[in-house]
Ligand binder design. Sequence first.
Ligand code: FBP
Length: 335
Amino acid sequence: MDHAADAMRTDLMTITRHVLNEQSKFPEARGDLTILLNNIVLGCKFVCSSVSKAGLAKLIGLAGETNVQGEEQKKLDVLSNDVFINALVSSGRTNVLVSEENEDAIFVEPSKRGRYCVVFDPLDGSSNIDCGVSIGTIFGIYMLKEGASGTVEDVLQPGTAMLAAGYCMYGSSCTLVLSTGAGVNGFTLDPSLGEFILTHPDIKIPKKGKIYSVNEGNAKHWDGPTTKYVENAKFPKDGSSPKSLRYIGSMVADVHRTLLYGGIFMYPGDKKSPKGKLRVLYEVFPMSFLVEQAGGQSFTGKQRVSAPTLLLIRVSKFCQLLNCLQSFSQHSCQL
Ligand SMILES: O=P(O)(O)OC[C@H]1O[C@](O)(COP(=O)(O)O)[C@@H](O)[C@@H]1O
């Protein structure tokens, strides 16, 4: 009888219990981060159930609106965005929110304000939403700068200033992967309990990976080093076996596989944005935080993504900032 497995099954490590254990190591912790994460988890459970019944609940298809990136919003994009904004505001722990689906930053009204800023992509992998392929939610958490009252400046922080980050993947199972700066852990939603249970403790990216993940359809837009790298992955000059190509087209799913199996995921550029289309603030920074916490690397092709030098610029209108941030995100992660 496998007592360890039995203990695992009866001594349930829920995500709340795990975060409380982690926070108990910090005497100054007041439970605010735990409450905030609990509300994010609630949002993930709601989106998970909506995604799994999308076809039945007529949640497939377009919402008839366009987001700040000029992309047509899917019904599930809008629903997920509303759910997360409400969950984050009602936690009473947030101050400034930045969503992929909103043109401007969201400033929480004073009576409900807290000291955290959350950047998030409510539903990543839009091109896969209507065909039932894995999609996900990505989030990153910052603390208000010392003495700050909550302005755009408080989200203009480098990736290294992030306190916690995570994603929730809505796939064959619903998996939430989280780091609060002390390693990376994966939790699977047990629908019968409605609880995320620890199933992937202390995720460490394998040192060697046999997989490369990139949209080769964009090859003609790539720079020299990227073209050379992918060429070598397919036709290794050192006689080793070629790498396998795996590309789902949902960053959450492609990064999740890379965290567990190793290898490389990158988004070098495409016709529309030759310098890459992944958004630094709520896609690249949170994923880079997780990749580095799991022992991997994340770089732009020229420098570490989360480097403090990457971000601190100030432009007039917030969405202008979003546009120029996009131009920075060339490559996603190097493993
Ligand atoms: O279809 P492409 O050009 O390869 O782009 C896929 C990439 O775009 C994204 O879908 C962008 O994210 P959104 O779906 O949130 O806009 C990533 O998840 C994915 O890695």
